[in-house]
Design a protein around this ligand. Structure first.
Ligand code: ZN
Length: 321
């Protein structure tokens, strides 16, 4: 072997051993804030990205403050996916800092057309950020995620488009299921009372009146007056159930149950809904589709509607309790 072929062999060996490592490092590092956004990113990315979420089960995004290690994760990520519309109210500064370094920080809910957003008067002219509550609106977030991943990794654009199309079909099926089971709730019981105003988009999409004890952000305190008003509503309309949320304290919801009982009307605690956070990782309820399925199935059954205990895909376990 001459020096030249020895050199060639060495180069080949180097290439050979380096190849798997470089293929590995090509996977996009995608960091999302909420589990809902991360779940969409996983569906779109498939094997092409490593997707993680900053906020886990039961975490309230309105109040979440980034830790030092969160900042480090934001800095390391190739793409940062944020819900936006001020859902992550305490993280704006962190997002600005990360964006100023040139990294894409994409607010997926911004893709929802303005005329389709709800702007509650008590939210000081800001749009309601809880757009994931209506699967038909969440499709806009899906498009935003697809475009963000394609921009960061153009080679994968075709894969991302294909995966997004498949997920869009699932969301449409979920929307049809939600429409069907929520339509079966009798007229007088079509009122959803929850711990905070996270369900406006669900209410609008499926014609259910929604009343939250706290406002659109959990930052505001519930007033005694709003508790009294809601108790009066429950008694007057004979509403059968109220719903706590997994990411908000159930103290206020409990106060409603007690208030109604004191006035001779029994209100059931309808089971905890997933409002601003999904269920445990690795479970069906720990996915976006499972979370919405759980919510609409639980709401329908507790308010006298007709929904299968196993839900949309027969996979629900929590709703059967
Ligand atoms: Zn919320």
């Amino acid at each position: 072997m001459n020096r030249y072929s020895a050199f060639l062999l060495a180069m080949l060996t180097l290439l050979w051993t380096a190849a798997p490592a470089s293929a590995q490092s090509k996977r996009l590092n995608v960091l999302a804030t909420t589990g809902m956004v991360a779940d969409v990113a996983r569906a779109v990315a498939g094997e092409r990205a490593e997707v993680s979420a900053l906020m886990g089960e039961g975490v309230d995004p309105h109040l979440y403050k980034p830790t030092r290690s969160d900042i480090a994760r934001l800095t390391r990520a190739d793409v940062v996916l944020v819900n936006g519309l001020h859902l992550e109210g305490k993280m704006d500064e962190a997002f600005q800092r990360v964006a100023s370094s040139g990294k894409p920080v994409v607010r997926v809910a911004d893709r929802v057309p303005r005329e389709q957003r709800i702007t509650p008067p008590q939210f000081e002219g800001n749009d309601d950020p809880h757009v994931w509550m209506a699967p038909a609106l969440w499709i806009h977030a899906l498009d935003s995620v697809r475009d963000a991943l394609s921009a960061a990794d153009p080679t994968g654009a075709e894969t991302y488009a294909r995966n997004a199309d498949a997920y869009r079909k699932e969301l449409a099926e979920l929307d049809a299921y939600a429409r069907r089971v929520l339509a079966s709730i009798p007229g007088n019981a079509r009122v959803l009372v929850t711990a905070h105003d996270a369900f406006n988009y669900l209410g609008r999409a499926y014609s259910i009146e929604v009343r939250g004890i706290q406002g659109v952000s959990t930052e505001s305190e519930a007033g005694l007056k709003s508790i009294e008003e809601l108790v009066a509503l429950l008694v007057e309309r004979k509403i059968p159930a109220v719903f706590p949320e997994t990411s908000v304290s159930d103290r206020n919801v409990q106060a409603l149950v007690e208030g109604a009982a004191a006035r001779g009307h029994t209100v059931a605690l309808g089971g905890a809904l997933f409002s601003d956070a999904m269920g445990a990782p690795g479970t069906y309820e720990g996915t976006y589709i499972g979370m919405i399925d759980h919510n609409v199935t639980l709401i329908s059954r507790a308010l006298g509607g007709d929904a299968p205990a196993g839900g949309f895909r027969g996979k629900l376990t929590l709703a059967q309790r």
